[in-house]
Design a protein around this ligand. Sequence first.
Ligand SMILES: O=C(O)CCC(=O)C(=O)O
Ligand SMILES: [Fe+2]
Length: 310
Amino acid sequence: MDFSHGAAFRFLVFKQVVNHGMSAEFLDEVRRLAKQFFDLPMEEKSKYSREENEIEGYGNDMILSNQQILDWTDRLYLTVYPKESHRFKYWPTNPERFRYFSQTFTIFRRICRNELIRDEHCREVLHEYTANVKLLSEKILKAMAISLDLNEDSFIKQYGEEVKLDARFNFYPRCRNPDLVLGVKPHADGSAITILLQDEEVEGLQFLNGNEWFNAPIVPGALLVNVGDQAEITSNGIFKSPVHRVLTNSERERISLAVFYLPDSEKEIEPLEKLIDETRPRLYKSVKNFVGLYFQYYQQGQRPMEAARI
Ligand SMILES: O=C(O)CCC(=O)C(=O)O
Ligand SMILES: [Fe+2]
């Protein structure tokens, strides 16, 4: 990863990262697994259904009012880190490889990387992806701190000991009336940062800049890094958490996988002291369990950041 252009990095809204240490084949494998899951008959998928008032599991938006417009999407939401938080009742066992890499694939990859084949047991696919994404997220949070002349651990320390990673697999079916409904309504992510694996062929994600929506292009082999609300708060607004949405498509279905890097919900987070001065007064209150707050606001189509702003 090249973070040498520190100043430019400050104004990052979203960034496509290519040198993230994961091969294009591995990313394809992750996409394939997601797709295989969503292709299963409804009867099979509903074994992992989200329960009312729960976030994790398979389903769609929580229904809070009968005025609510639902997103045109199917999701599978799983806490993937730390291991102790895994709730396997929501983890698909079908396709089998959702949990396990085929041994052949693992060995093949290791041979390609000229690695010794020491440990031959299959690794769980999501664990490997999660470990890589956690590492990448922390590298980026360090680079963000360095670009502001801060100690590299400044943001990470703010987020506490017990960070959590949540994965949201998104599937957008074809839609006959794409002008009438969105795949995901406009929102900013409630994470510190989000690492997004986009569909390899179908666009749909858009970012708001001023009053205009811009397409996020597909960059082969890249992951998209998105600043979330909690990084906006801790950076005292220097990094902005962008509003984005997903369009529906009448021709093609689309998948994506967002992994949210979430601060410890017991930890109070707030703008870093060093980023507050007379020219940049403190913009946000201290907040705790921002994700809890986030879901209440999101489902009503409001920006949770409003609750944090001074
Ligand atoms: O599907 C996408 O490209 C983005 C999904 C998204 O914004 C999210 O899951 O928060
Ligand atoms: Fe998002």
